[in-house]
Write a protein that binds this ligand. Structure first.
Ligand code: ZN
Length: 441
């Protein structure tokens, strides 16, 4: 009995040394009622099709985006103007675009909470403003898009409400993207804008459908969710691809490391949840708004429910053969949307309180019984964590904390594991793990 108590005591000491109690406050602060109210409001714009009315104050995407901007402005006025909100827009024309019914501006709503220490480093959380009916070209029929994707949009607004009560070292951007359903236009526009502005993006957490717990397969599950991540960057060079054949990295691109970071944050702070690491950019043959960011070399991932219901997405509201089609308000599970919003919020808080990742990480140890690692010093880091894992494991399972910028892991053979290095701040928050990008001979 005594032994067990001691063991528990030891366990709780190790755990508390790695956790930040503020993260639990953030989880508790996320409100299912706020998310519910915001999804309701968004569905009441009738349709939010990107090509719908922009003049009306009650119907169409124009009214919807003005309401979203006003919400972010309201949040900002409650935090001493800590959030700067603006529209970012790009013109799309009918010509050459199969799914564009007429020329229009694709308008995103961007809300920036500047970091105190690294203002040019950004973590982005996105949801979508737009919705669609059965025919994506149909911009007048009602398309409430409650789950797809008012849920992601409402979660993004709610994350801003909660995180705006804190100050972070890096910047956080909350964004409503548009034009998703016709070709990922809004994400492409913002990714290009970010590149032009030289934003140093730590990661993009794209939320698309975070409110359905009852799958078309009959499974009901309010704990599981998916993190989609791309294995290697889409814009890698031929040389990087060649090097990978000799030194590894087939499942260790920056998008995948971000996914692992989310997985770890959830396992640490929300152990009741079941995050699924999905080893693909997106669902089979389907798309989402993280992709245009990945296209430009940024680390984007998609957070999404585990069980979709296809009778409730991209469908006109109707009853057919006893099945009620349509993406309507009453199908959304607000407590589940709250949980996935919390997943985003704690990931962003952990990242925005952490130092940057080491830029260069070198590895060596060919025909030796030890692994040598050396990395560039990170401003604001107290120490570093060397991580390793079996080559078949999806997560970084082993680690060693050090306060130097080089280290030799003795009696470990390089061939049998994958390795990476993260920076750790004075406050204990960690950066994303970096897979080695240099070889030591
Ligand atoms: Zn959709």
């Amino acid at each position: 009995m005594k032994k067990i108590t001691l063991l528990f005591l030891l366990m709780s000491i190790t755990i508390s040394a790695q956790t930040d109690l503020k993260i639990y406050d953030i989880i508790n602060d996320i409100s299912a009622d706020n998310i519910k109210a915001d999804i309701k409001t968004l569905t009441e714009f009738g349709t939010r099709n990107t090509f719908s009315d922009t003049i009306s104050t009650t119907r169409g995407i124009g009214a919807a985006r003005r309401w979203i901007k006003a919400e972010f402005d309201k949040i900002s006025s409650n935090c001493n103007n800590c959030i700067n909100t603006f529209y970012q827009k790009d013109f799309v024309s009918k010509k050459g675009n199969r799914r564009v019914p007429h020329d229009a501006w694709v308008v995103n709503v961007v809300a920036v909470q500047k970091g105190t220490k690294y203002p040019n480093k950004y973590i982005i959380m996105s949801g979508d403003i737009d919705s669609r009916a059965s025919d994506t070209m149909d911009f007048t029929t009602d398309a409430p898009g409650a789950n797809d994707n008012a849920s992601g949009m409402a979660g993004t607004i709610e994350a801003a409400r909660v995180l705006s009560k804190y100050q972070f070292e890096s910047s956080i951007i909350y964004v409503g993207l548009s034009g998703e359903e016709q070709g990922l236009f809004g994400g492409a526009g913002l990714a290009k804008y970010a590149k032009e502005k030289g934003w140093d993006i730590i990661g993009v957490l794209n939320n698309d459908m975070i409110g359905n717990i009852k799958g078309v397969d009959g499974v009901i599950d309010n704990r599981s969710f998916r993190i989609f991540s791309e294995p290697v960057p889409a814009n890698e060079t031929d040389n990087q691809r060649k090097m990978r054949r000799f030194y590894g990295g087939e499942v260790d691109g920056i998008s995948r490391q971000l996914a692992r970071y989310i997985h770890k944050s959830v396992k640490t702070y929300m152990p009741e949840m079941n995050p699924m690491m999905i080893y693909r950019l997106d669902r089979f043959g389907r798309g989402g708004h993280h992709r245009p960011f990945n296209d430009l070399g940024f680390a984007g991932i998609r957070i999404m429910e585990a069980h979709e219901n296809y009778t409730q997405q991209h469908q006109d509201i109707r009853t057919e053969n006893g099945i009620a089609y349509g993406d309507t308000f009453e199908h959304v599970n607000f407590d589940y949307a709250k949980k996935l919003t919390a997943v985003n919020a704690i990931t962003m808080a952990n990242l925005a309180w952490a130092p940057a990742s080491p830029k260069e990480v070198a590895i060596g140890g060919i025909v030796e019984a030890a692994v040598k690692l050396k990395w560039s010093k990170v401003d604001g880091a107290k120490g570093y964590k060397i991580y390793w894992r079996d080559t078949t494991s999806p997560t970084w399972d082993h680690s060693r904390y050090v306060e130097t910028t080089e280290f030799t892991l003795g009696e470990i053979v390089i061939d049998n594991f994958f390795f990476g290095v993260a920076a750790v701040g004075e406050n204990g928050h960690e950066s994303v793990v970096v897979f080695p990008n240099e070889i030591m001979r």
